[in-house]
Design a protein around this ligand. Sequence first.
Ligand SMILES: [Zn+2]
Length: 373
Amino acid sequence: MVPAARFWYLSWIMRYDKVFRLLILAFALGAVLGLSGGLIFGGDGPGKSAASGEVAGDHSEQATSTTGVAVPMTPERAAAIGANEMGLIPVIEYHLIGPSESRWTRTPENLRKDIALLKAEGFYPINLSDLVAGDIDVPAGKTPVVLTFDDSSPGQFRYLDDGTLDPDSAVGIMQRAAAEGDWASRATFFILLDVQPDDRVVFGQPESRKEKLQQLVSWGYEVGSHTVTHLNLKKATREEATKQLAVSKATLEDYVGGGYQVNTISIPFGEYPEDDALLASGQHEGQTYAYRGAVEVAGGPAPSPFSTRFKPLHIPRIEVTGTALSDMIRTFKDSPGLRYVSDGDATAISAPGDLAERLGSVLPDLGRPVVTY
Ligand SMILES: [Zn+2]
């Protein structure tokens, strides 16, 4: 039996999300109305006219940046924001979430602190597949960050005995962070399907497997593959590797339902197959697969997807242990030119003309305007 309390909680979160989106929409609409109102009713009086003109100007800029419509991005605006969409993006990596901190375990308390630090330092979460697709929709001035969780252990997503979401599980912590603002329900979970201990199979709690994966996707998180059995793809036969790449994707898509596509994979142990083509596409007994993005286990912040340095099947990550996260932030502060800073307009790519060599150069044929300053 599933107590009603769980659904009450979940629907409250969903309602909050909808309300939040509505508020943004209302704000954008208000700005547009304010602007036209300012133009139409500008003759109300000299003092008032000047004031409304000023406010309308401010708001119309924000409306543009959140909706991505109207005024095209200009070098002046990109420069004022300090946009650098050729900068590096941290993809951070968690394993167990549990009561005592260790090499493979982050405590709930420390995960909360990590998110608070990322928020305070101007980061904003996206999913890995959005990074891979270059679909980076974060507010102007923010730096995208991808939170990734490997091995689908219970501390990442747990229901309590009364059916409510465990506020100390990673999902509970992230949902709370999103509800508090300046953060979104985005992260990528790499799921195992057949392993020992079996509490690593889709977060333990076998009766809730499908429900959890569906819930994650409905909130905005991403479900990715970690193979079926945490297979070492380097040592496996080509046949076994192909089978697991196909079965893992098909099973997860079946669990989530609704035509959901699994596009990304975390390579177990960081041990790649000899040939990347095996990841890119293949088929096993009529089940075809294609992975567009794959993550490694280490390597530092990732290149921008708009850069010649970006290799979608070899995306490096930063393991969050000890002070790795604050060290990463300090490195960005020491070299601010390396950091990805969004222009707030997902339809254009903005960057300084003079880029650090490490950032590579802008890929040709991105199919959208590139604004340099
Ligand atoms: Zn793993």
